[in-house]
Design a protein around this ligand. Sequence first.
Ligand code: PA5
Length: 444
Amino acid sequence: MLSIDVSHAASFLPLPYEEALRPRLARAAQWLQNGGGKGDDFIGWVKLPRDHDREEYARILAAAKKIQSDSKALVVIGIGGSYLGARGVIECLCSPNYNLRKKSTPNIYFIGNGLSSDALADVMELLGDDDFSVNVISKSGTTTEPAVAFRFFREKLERKYGKAGAAARIYATTDRSRGALKALADAEGYETFTVPDDVGGRYSVLTAVGLLPIAVAGIDLDELMHGAQELMDRCAVNDFTNPAWQYAAIRSELYHRGKKIELLACFEPAFRFMAEWWKQLYGESEGKDNLGLFPASVDFTADLHSMGQYIQQGERHLLETVVRFAPGKRSQSVPHDALNGDGLNFLAGRTMDYINRQAMDGTLLAHVEGGVPNIILNLGENNARTMGQLIYFFEYACGLSGYLLGVNPFDQPGVEAYKKNMFALLGKPGYEELGRELRSRLEH
Ligand code: PA5
């Protein structure tokens, strides 16, 4: 069961901080549970682990089964909140090398999360002549990156299977009634899944957005939702036994004392895309009104050999949150070597997990000594249940954190700025004047 240890961070704070924050946390919790705070039309995710649409959940499982039976690959098209959660969970639970492994489930390719021609061509080439299906995911149904990628893969499907055959292999996850994707799906007869109106993109991994690709990878959705529900119950408790209260409180306090960057660290490389998901969740939820911790991530021990120097001795504006897993099932012991040319026989017979654990503890002590407060999240075994717990924990703590900061944790007005400029430069109708202005700025 997920637990949090803030003792290596609290030592950086001169006074007990919990009591001072209690009333504000209680109010933030009230806003998350019952509304009344900023952006409260987007708190549907709070009750989602228990109150989700059972009929849709059954359709997700059925669609996953069908894709597993008729496809060698699933192309998942989406960006931001419509992408990172599914990739994070699949890589963490099934390995970043999932597509390279021998398995009975389809390969899963993520695309539409950028505008690179090479990335698009790669997926096209990797698909080759294999049977495949497409899950196109966009809550708004109008985001440029996935919409453009979908054109390519829809065309490929239609060439291969004909229009009707392609339609039977396209699954659209989008708004209940609005947006170009919904209109297209209805017109073409694609099976559709819904992103509920009151769940924003980055809080949507436990809806069809994340659940369909995750189920196709063979991950147990019931366990994932069960884990989320366990944390939902714990997060509903309004005191400091709630790990989300502890996390939100200490990072808020450290932020106000000059720790402006939070590093999410893990000693399992498979966690990398969960960290990407976390970065979006916190960056987009808190980074506004000229406020917010900057969320960054590091893969240890690899990054101890690249970022380790800065973390140990660079500017002291860092705090570190370390995700720890219990030893995995595939234990490996270091072999004995009679010659001991590398001098490593003192490790012979030790498991890699044991060695990794000493690295974790050594790093913790070194970084704390170097002035970096450490928060530890102990997750237990890396499985669907703990992943569900972690997702809900981070989401709930993020809502609390945003409210403690005084911002709306559920909007992202800043994301529009690049889109407006890109549309203007691409000559989208309606943006002509801005296009002229931007081009003249670029020329000077
Ligand atoms: O959190 C968000 O709302 C965003 O990151 C979106 O998920 C992202 O921009 C993709 O949007 P959409 O699902 O509408 O294509």
